[in-house]
Write a protein that binds this ligand. Structure first.
Ligand code: TMP
Length: 206
Protein backbone atom coordinates (compact mmCIF):
# COMPACT_ATOMS: atom_id res chain seq x y z
CA UNK A 1 0.00 0.00 0.00
CA UNK A 2 1.48 3.36 -1.04
CA UNK A 3 1.85 5.91 1.71
CA UNK A 4 -0.85 8.59 1.76
CA UNK A 5 -0.24 12.30 1.18
CA UNK A 6 -0.06 14.78 4.03
CA UNK A 7 -1.67 18.20 3.37
CA UNK A 8 -1.57 21.03 5.92
CA UNK A 9 -3.57 24.26 5.94
CA UNK A 10 -1.94 27.29 7.51
CA UNK A 11 -2.65 30.98 8.01
CA UNK A 12 -3.72 33.60 10.54
CA UNK A 13 -7.04 33.92 12.36
CA UNK A 14 -10.28 33.86 10.36
CA UNK A 15 -8.70 32.95 7.02
CA UNK A 16 -11.29 30.22 6.36
CA UNK A 17 -8.89 27.28 6.71
CA UNK A 18 -11.30 25.09 8.63
CA UNK A 19 -14.10 25.55 6.09
CA UNK A 20 -11.68 24.77 3.30
CA UNK A 21 -10.32 21.70 5.10
CA UNK A 22 -13.87 20.31 5.08
CA UNK A 23 -14.43 21.12 1.40
CA UNK A 24 -11.08 19.69 0.35
CA UNK A 25 -11.81 16.51 2.30
CA UNK A 26 -15.11 16.07 0.44
CA UNK A 27 -13.46 16.56 -2.95
CA UNK A 28 -10.68 14.08 -2.16
CA UNK A 29 -13.20 11.50 -0.91
CA UNK A 30 -15.11 11.81 -4.18
CA UNK A 31 -11.97 10.52 -5.96
CA UNK A 32 -12.25 7.37 -3.82
CA UNK A 33 -9.45 8.13 -1.37
CA UNK A 34 -9.62 7.46 2.37
CA UNK A 35 -9.18 10.89 3.96
CA UNK A 36 -8.59 11.76 7.60
CA UNK A 37 -9.33 15.36 8.59
CA UNK A 38 -7.69 16.58 11.74
CA UNK A 39 -6.38 19.71 13.45
CA UNK A 40 -3.69 21.19 15.66
CA UNK A 41 -3.30 21.85 18.45
CA UNK A 42 -5.29 18.69 19.09
CA UNK A 43 -6.30 15.80 16.86
CA UNK A 44 -5.76 13.01 19.42
CA UNK A 45 -7.40 12.71 22.86
CA UNK A 46 -4.21 13.71 24.69
CA UNK A 47 -3.42 16.56 22.31
CA UNK A 48 -6.98 17.90 22.67
CA UNK A 49 -6.41 18.10 26.43
CA UNK A 50 -3.24 20.09 25.81
CA UNK A 51 -5.17 22.31 23.35
CA UNK A 52 -7.52 23.34 26.14
CA UNK A 53 -4.52 24.61 28.11
CA UNK A 54 -3.26 26.60 25.13
CA UNK A 55 -6.32 28.36 23.78
CA UNK A 56 -8.01 29.55 26.99
CA UNK A 57 -7.01 31.85 29.82
CA UNK A 58 -5.05 35.09 30.00
CA UNK A 59 -3.00 36.18 27.01
CA UNK A 60 0.20 36.04 29.10
CA UNK A 61 -0.63 32.68 30.68
CA UNK A 62 2.35 30.99 28.99
CA UNK A 63 5.66 32.27 27.63
CA UNK A 64 6.56 31.54 24.00
CA UNK A 65 8.94 28.82 25.23
CA UNK A 66 6.28 27.09 27.34
CA UNK A 67 3.75 27.35 24.50
CA UNK A 68 6.24 25.80 22.11
CA UNK A 69 6.90 22.85 24.42
CA UNK A 70 3.18 22.27 25.00
CA UNK A 71 2.50 22.47 21.25
CA UNK A 72 5.24 19.98 20.50
CA UNK A 73 4.06 17.60 23.21
CA UNK A 74 0.63 17.71 21.57
CA UNK A 75 2.15 17.35 18.09
CA UNK A 76 4.22 14.31 19.07
CA UNK A 77 1.13 12.52 20.40
CA UNK A 78 -0.97 13.49 17.38
CA UNK A 79 1.72 12.23 14.98
CA UNK A 80 2.31 8.98 16.87
CA UNK A 81 -1.31 8.03 17.39
CA UNK A 82 -3.21 9.54 14.46
CA UNK A 83 -1.25 11.03 11.56
CA UNK A 84 1.52 8.44 11.07
CA UNK A 85 -0.75 5.37 11.29
CA UNK A 86 -3.16 6.96 8.78
CA UNK A 87 -0.42 7.82 6.27
CA UNK A 88 1.08 4.35 6.64
CA UNK A 89 -2.21 2.65 5.79
CA UNK A 90 -2.49 4.78 2.63
CA UNK A 91 -4.97 7.38 3.88
CA UNK A 92 -4.57 11.03 2.97
CA UNK A 93 -4.38 13.40 5.92
CA UNK A 94 -5.76 16.95 5.81
CA UNK A 95 -4.58 18.86 8.87
CA UNK A 96 -5.85 22.29 9.93
CA UNK A 97 -2.56 23.88 11.17
CA UNK A 98 0.74 22.14 11.83
CA UNK A 99 4.41 22.99 12.48
CA UNK A 100 4.41 26.21 10.40
CA UNK A 101 1.91 27.66 12.87
CA UNK A 102 4.47 27.22 15.64
CA UNK A 103 7.08 29.05 13.56
CA UNK A 104 4.64 31.90 12.91
CA UNK A 105 2.88 32.18 16.29
CA UNK A 106 5.71 31.30 18.70
CA UNK A 107 8.19 33.74 17.20
CA UNK A 108 9.51 34.48 20.69
CA UNK A 109 10.99 30.96 20.95
CA UNK A 110 14.57 30.48 19.79
CA UNK A 111 14.81 29.51 16.12
CA UNK A 112 17.32 26.78 16.99
CA UNK A 113 14.83 25.18 19.40
CA UNK A 114 12.06 25.24 16.79
CA UNK A 115 14.32 23.59 14.22
CA UNK A 116 15.50 20.95 16.70
CA UNK A 117 11.93 20.09 17.76
CA UNK A 118 10.77 19.96 14.16
CA UNK A 119 13.60 17.60 13.29
CA UNK A 120 13.08 15.34 16.30
CA UNK A 121 9.28 15.20 16.29
CA UNK A 122 8.22 15.68 12.66
CA UNK A 123 11.15 14.64 10.53
CA UNK A 124 9.95 11.86 8.15
CA UNK A 125 6.38 13.22 8.24
CA UNK A 126 6.79 16.69 6.84
CA UNK A 127 3.77 17.77 4.79
CA UNK A 128 3.72 16.97 1.06
CA UNK A 129 1.77 20.16 0.48
CA UNK A 130 1.07 23.18 2.67
CA UNK A 131 -1.69 25.60 1.68
CA UNK A 132 -0.99 29.04 3.16
CA UNK A 133 -4.21 31.08 3.38
CA UNK A 134 -3.43 34.76 3.05
CA UNK A 135 -5.70 37.56 4.20
CA UNK A 136 -5.10 41.08 5.63
CA UNK A 137 -4.92 40.60 9.40
CA UNK A 138 -7.81 42.95 10.16
CA UNK A 139 -10.14 41.13 7.75
CA UNK A 140 -9.29 37.82 9.37
CA UNK A 141 -9.86 39.13 12.90
CA UNK A 142 -13.23 40.59 11.84
CA UNK A 143 -14.27 37.22 10.40
CA UNK A 144 -13.08 35.41 13.54
CA UNK A 145 -15.03 37.86 15.74
CA UNK A 146 -18.16 37.35 13.59
CA UNK A 147 -18.11 33.66 14.53
CA UNK A 148 -19.18 34.90 17.96
CA UNK A 149 -17.34 32.21 19.91
CA UNK A 150 -15.33 34.68 22.02
CA UNK A 151 -11.66 35.36 21.34
CA UNK A 152 -9.12 32.63 22.03
CA UNK A 153 -5.86 33.59 23.77
CA UNK A 154 -4.27 34.09 20.37
CA UNK A 155 -7.07 36.11 18.78
CA UNK A 156 -6.88 38.47 21.74
CA UNK A 157 -3.30 39.50 20.89
CA UNK A 158 -2.66 43.03 19.58
CA UNK A 159 -3.01 44.01 15.89
CA UNK A 160 0.78 44.13 15.35
CA UNK A 161 1.05 40.50 16.39
CA UNK A 162 -1.43 39.49 13.68
CA UNK A 163 0.41 41.52 11.02
CA UNK A 164 3.66 39.78 12.00
CA UNK A 165 1.88 36.45 11.72
CA UNK A 166 0.79 37.18 8.17
CA UNK A 167 4.33 38.20 7.21
CA UNK A 168 5.76 35.08 8.85
CA UNK A 169 3.45 32.73 6.93
CA UNK A 170 4.27 34.47 3.63
CA UNK A 171 7.99 34.18 4.41
CA UNK A 172 7.62 30.45 5.17
CA UNK A 173 5.91 29.98 1.78
CA UNK A 174 8.52 32.06 -0.02
CA UNK A 175 11.37 30.04 1.49
CA UNK A 176 9.84 26.66 0.58
CA UNK A 177 7.93 27.02 -2.70
CA UNK A 178 8.10 23.31 -3.51
CA UNK A 179 6.01 22.47 -0.46
CA UNK A 180 3.88 25.61 -0.06
CA UNK A 181 1.15 27.21 -2.18
CA UNK A 182 -0.21 30.61 -1.15
CA UNK A 183 -4.00 30.84 -1.46
CA UNK A 184 -5.68 34.25 -1.66
CA UNK A 185 -8.33 33.93 1.07
CA UNK A 186 -10.21 37.15 0.21
CA UNK A 187 -12.72 35.81 -2.37
CA UNK A 188 -15.91 33.88 -1.61
CA UNK A 189 -15.52 30.36 -0.22
CA UNK A 190 -16.41 28.75 -3.60
CA UNK A 191 -13.60 30.60 -5.37
CA UNK A 192 -11.12 29.77 -2.62
CA UNK A 193 -12.21 26.12 -2.82
CA UNK A 194 -11.47 26.11 -6.57
CA UNK A 195 -8.00 27.60 -5.98
CA UNK A 196 -7.29 24.98 -3.33
CA UNK A 197 -8.38 22.17 -5.61
CA UNK A 198 -6.25 23.50 -8.48
CA UNK A 199 -3.18 23.56 -6.22
CA UNK A 200 -3.84 20.03 -4.95
CA UNK A 201 -4.40 18.63 -8.43
CA UNK A 202 -1.30 20.28 -9.88
CA UNK A 203 1.01 19.25 -7.09
CA UNK A 204 -0.28 15.89 -5.87
CA UNK A 205 -2.48 14.45 -8.66
CA UNK A 206 -4.96 12.71 -6.32
P1 TMP B 1 -7.41 27.34 15.54
O1 TMP B 1 -8.15 28.55 16.00
O2 TMP B 1 -6.93 27.45 14.12
O3 TMP B 1 -8.08 26.05 15.85
O4 TMP B 1 -6.03 27.29 16.38
C1 TMP B 1 -6.01 27.53 17.74
C2 TMP B 1 -4.97 28.56 18.08
O5 TMP B 1 -3.70 27.94 18.32
C3 TMP B 1 -4.76 29.59 16.99
O6 TMP B 1 -5.01 30.86 17.55
C4 TMP B 1 -3.31 29.47 16.64
C5 TMP B 1 -2.68 28.75 17.81
N1 TMP B 1 -1.52 27.91 17.45
C6 TMP B 1 -0.25 28.32 17.81
O7 TMP B 1 -0.09 29.38 18.41
N2 TMP B 1 0.81 27.53 17.48
C7 TMP B 1 0.66 26.34 16.83
O8 TMP B 1 1.65 25.63 16.55
C8 TMP B 1 -0.68 25.92 16.46
C9 TMP B 1 -0.87 24.60 15.76
C10 TMP B 1 -1.73 26.74 16.80
Amino acid sequence: MARGCFITLEGGEGTGKSTQAGRLTERLRRTGLEVLTTREPGGSPGAEEIRALLVSGAVDRWSALTETLLLYAARADHLERVIRPALNRGAWVVCDRFADSTRAYQQGAAAGLLSALEKEVVDGDRPDLTLVFDLPAEDGLARAAARGEGATRFEAREADFHERLRAAFLEIARADPERCAVIDARPRAEAVEAAVWAAVQTRLQP
